[in-house]
Unconditional design. Structure first.
Lengths: 758, 156
């Protein structure tokens, strides 16, 4: 049922149901939970059907010692979600965080959506976690009331015990467990959620990272750290060109390498790459070094296939041609053509952003074991349910016979949503009939990624004689993510909802268009996805408009945003990141507020030294508003230092503010990397980069020296925070470069431009 | 047969290629997985260990070259100063994904051993060989400074 929190969650006391053996099924008070966020619930029909399909997974147990066990059902890749969501539950429960342990959930639809992607974890599960914790608290209070034979209204949970107000007596949670375990689950309506003023962790100091101590002592378990008895090691030589396959190969020298045991072909995909392996030749042996040496000795002649002529330099011209003509209209207001024809001044600009690779510090990897018709996998995955389905399909098993154990992820950024590497490990384990650890080298990672798409944009604006903006035309073209799943897909309509269609500016005539482009490498989603290139183009263009109008960029931006209002998208199809328009309208007031806040905190308008400049950009993505003022210093050699970045963030209700700050600090660095040097290129269908020497990410000495994050306090429904910090960074930096040098940057990365101090 | 002196213990490994980088011997043969693989060519610092106290990339160091030298990995960090460093890391909530942090801490430990009160430039110089894709550099810098202050205070 939909509860007071608005959460779709059903909580049931399953303490006495012996048949339920889950992760936490070891006696005590055990609450089963079924989560039906959003569409999944709608798909299941009206509430009446739920009783029949009720198959809870165990989310929370409290044993007789008072130890509280909470399932973390989302993947930890650095956002702190493994800490933050259980913390919400613990807060509503009035549990002492010191007496809470976490268990990581395997991939199972019973946990609801586990795809840790789209900056969704908190916004989808905040309400549910509150409801579960509050239900358990209510039961413990009822149990205490029974024990004392008093009214439950006189009993209140407080720091891991229940206190009887009038008498001051108290009983610990553990001692209440036997009584609570036999109580009926209270109706959702009878469960009182805490008032925000009563929160002990949420929205305040939070709690220490669950894995912090293990991380600093080297004990934290990532995917690559998993060891199984009798485990073999594997590495795969893949065709440099997508869709290629071995024509012939000679493995004689490979097999002569000590420690190498065999070479096994891995079949590639049929039709679309999707989540399947790209195929290749696996070298199997006793340790990583042996198989890497063996792989070096492998001689393969490839049939490269249809993408062998892909050249990203030539492809850029194709994209630019595409955005110079009319594309498919995805938003229309008024009459842009007439308005442009009547304009006193028109402004045109073209932008380009290259492919990017995710490059998580832990490359893809997985450990798999197949025996007795069942498969078990240990892997750093953002989406264990997708992994489960993909492995089941590849091995011809039922999903229930596939178990995906989720390790900590050494970074994800969207790469580890795709389970191709997990399928590879599972396929190999089945073939060699032994447990296997699949290791991807850094070169494998950079050359066989699901790349952030390459793109071009063409923007046109019309100004009247008074300098007022009368027309806005935005065109974008890029190989869509859809091309990874259907090679015929060439129009990224969904991606246009990330920074093109949802443009907030108050202009009487607007037209947004999407052009066609074919994918020649696997295209995937990377932290903030199409917002990266669309925010770069849009926020750069707004800065160009300021210059053309002779206005300060801050004044221009606030003027374009206009009065506070909910933006009308003129009937355009727009997903709004799954958020309802009622809870999450596009609010120009929130835009303006973060813009003013970032400007004020950054010292906007005050003088800077020679070679320095400030740039401003604002972007809303994943239901979160982020304004950035970046300060750059252009060196004599044309290189760029970033002395300071100010980020103002309105993400609605904040759950763990320190982790929000951390995500923004990280986004500033991630954004700086892609802006300064991020570029993946292809020639002859093959990716030209391979490691951190030619695909450089920013190091400490070039990273923003100070990132100051300014959080807006709010009790609005939570938005995302993992991704929204990234999009405004690159345009803010490039606008700062313009302020410092007068050079307008219309393509990334900055390292491709010859900058001169003015 | 090769003898490796790691974290105060001797390990004998038989039948391994002397060219095998220490990284893979540690991870695949000795179960010391705190030393991480990130690039395999000394670009990222995730595999940083100490060889005779000097921060070294385990992915580039053949086991056959180690000789009598002693190795310390993240699992073997034990001095008071090292623990103060790890505490500072926890206090500042430095880690995001955490994968690179063992290597970061090993590099920082060597820095502080040689320079107990490093300034920003010294921190930049020492730490810029260690990549963090999550972007925790600002907190790494803060944690190093906190550890430096605490260790200096303890010595007084």
């Amino acid at each position: 049922m939909t509860t007071a929190t608005g959460a779709d969650v059903r909580v049931v006391n399953v303490s006495r149901r012996d048949l339920l053996k889950g992760l936490l099924g070891a006696g005590g008070l055990v609450l089963g939970v079924q989560l039906f966020p959003g569409a999944a619930r709608a798909a299941m029909g009206a509430g009446g059907a739920l009783a029949e399909t009720f198959a809870p997974d165990l989310f929370l147990s409290i044993d007789a010692s008072g130890l509280v066990s909470i399932v973390a059902h989302r993947s930890e890749m650095g956002t702190g979600i493994r800490t933050s969501l259980p913390m919400v539950l613990a807060d509503e429960l009035e549990a002492d965080w010191e007496r809470v342990t976490l268990t990581q959930a395997p991939g199972d639809a019973a946990y609801g959506d586990q795809n840790t992607d789209g900056s969704r974890s908190v916004r989808q599960f905040f309400g549910a976690m509150r409801q579960i914790g509050a239900t358990a608290r209510t039961m413990l209070e009822s149990a205490a009331a029974r024990a004392w034979n008093v009214d439950a209204s006189e009993c209140a949970a407080q720091n891991h015990e229940v206190v009887h107000g009038p008498s001051g007596r108290s009983i610990g949670f553990g001692d209440l467990v036997p009584i609570a375990a036999v109580l009926d689950t209270p109706d959702a309506a009878a469960v009182r959620l805490k008032d925000p003023s009563e929160w002990r962790y949420i929205g305040g100091k939070g709690v220490p990272l669950a894995d912090g101590r293990d991380i600093v002592t080297g004990k934290a378990g990532f995917g690559l750290d998993v060891v199984l008895e009798g485990m073999k090691f594997a590495t795969i030589e893949r065709c440099p060109v997508l869709g290629g396959a071995p024509k012939s190969f000679d493995d004689a020298e490979t097999l002569a390498v000590p420690g190498v045991e065999r070479v096994v072909p891995v079949p590639g995909y049929q039709g679309a790459p999707a989540f399947s392996p790209v195929g290749g030749l696996a070298v199997i042996g006793r340790d990583t070094w042996s198989v890497l040496q063996g792989r070096n000795a492998l001689e393969v002649e490839w049939e490269e296939g249809e993408h062998a002529s892909y050249d990203s330099r030539l492809f850029r011209r194709d994209l630019e041609r595409e955005v110079r003509k009319t594309g498919q209209v995805v938003r229309n207001r008024g009459d842009v053509d007439t308005a442009l024809a009547a304009a006193d001044t028109t402004l045109e600009a073209e932008y380009y952003c290259p492919h990017l690779a995710h490059a998580p510090m832990e490359p893809p990897c997985a450990v798999a074991r197949v025996a007795d018709g069942k498969c078990e996998v240990w892997a750093p995955t953002q989406s264990p349910q997708t992994a489960r389905a993909s492995v089941a399909q590849a091995l011809g098993l039922r999903p229930v016979d596939v178990t995906i154990h989720v390790t900590l992820l050494g970074g994800g950024f969207g790469r580890k949503s795709k389970p191709d590497y997990i399928v590879e490990a599972a396929v190999l384990a089945a073939v060699i009939e032994a447990p296997v650890k699949l290791v991807w080298t850094r070169e494998d990672d950079i050359r066989h990624d699901y790349y952030h798409s390459v793109s071009a944009q063409h923007y046109t604006a019309g100004l009247d004689a008074d300098g007022k903006l009368t027309a806005w035309r935005a065109r974008t073209a890029f190989p869509p993510i859809g091309s990874t799943f259907n090679p015929a897909s060439q129009l990224g309509i969904g991606e246009a909802g990330q920074g093109v269609i949802d443009m907030p500016y108050d202009v009487p005539n607007i037209r947004c268009e999407v052009g066609a482009a074919q994918g020649h490498v696997r295209i995937g989603w990377l932290r903030s996805v199409a917002n990266v290139y669309h925010a770069f183009a849009c926020s750069s263009f707004v800065d160009e408009i300021a210059h053309a109008r002779g206005l300060d960029p801050l004044d221009n931006l606030l003027d374009l945003l206009g009065p506070q209002q909910h933006v009308d998208l003129d009937g355009a199809r727009y997903g709004n990141y799954g958020g309802s328009p009622a809870d999450h309208p596009i609010d120009t007031g929130r835009f303006a507020h973060v813009v003013r806040l970032a400007a004020e905190k950054s010292g906007w308008g005050t003088a800077l030294g020679p070679g320095r400049g400030r740039g401003l950009a604002v972007h809303r993505s994943f239901l979160c508003y982020v304004a950035v003022v970046a300060q750059v210093e252009v060196q004599d050699d044309g290189s760029i230092l970033i002395p300071r970045i100010d980020m103002a963030v309105d993400a609605g209700q904040l759950i763990h503010p320190d982790r929000v700050v951390a995500q923004m600090e990280g986004a500033a660095v991630f954004g700086a990397s892609l802006a300064l040097t991020g570029e993946i290129t292809a020639k002859g269908g093959a990716i030209e980069q391979g490691n951190f020497d030619d695909y450089t990410i920013v190091r400490m000495n070039r990273a923003p020296r100070e990132v100051a994050v300014h959080l807006v306090e709010s009790h609005r429904p939570p938005g995302g925070v993992g991704e929204p910090g990234v999009p405004p960074i690159a345009p803010a930096l490039c606008n700062a470069v313009f302020a410092a040098t007068g050079q307008r940057i219309r393509s990334l990365p900055l390292s491709r431009h010859d900058l001169k101090r003015s | 047969m090769v003898t490796l002196r790691i974290n105060g213990r001797e390990h004998q490994l038989d039948g391994l290629d002397p060219e095998m980088p220490l990284l893979w011997a540690l991870r695949d043969h000795l179960g010391l997985t705190g030393t991480r693989f990130g690039c395999g060519k000394g670009q990222c610092g995730a595999c940083t260990i100490h060889v005779d106290g000097k921060a070294t990339r385990a992915c580039m160091y053949p086991i056959g070259s180690l000789g009598e030298r002693t190795v310390t990995t993240i699992e073997g960090l034990a001095s008071q100063a090292d623990q103060a460093l790890q505490d500072a890391w926890v206090e500042h909530q430095v880690p995001q994904c955490g994968y690179c942090q063992a290597g970061q801490i090993m590099t920082a430990a060597e820095l502080l051993a040689n320079n107990p009160t490093p300034d920003d430039e010294a921190i930049d110089t020492a730490m810029s060989g260690n990549l963090c894709r999550c972007g925790t550099y600002q907190r790494i810098r803060a944690a190093i400074k906190t550890a430096a202050i605490k260790t200096a205070g303890a010595k007084r």
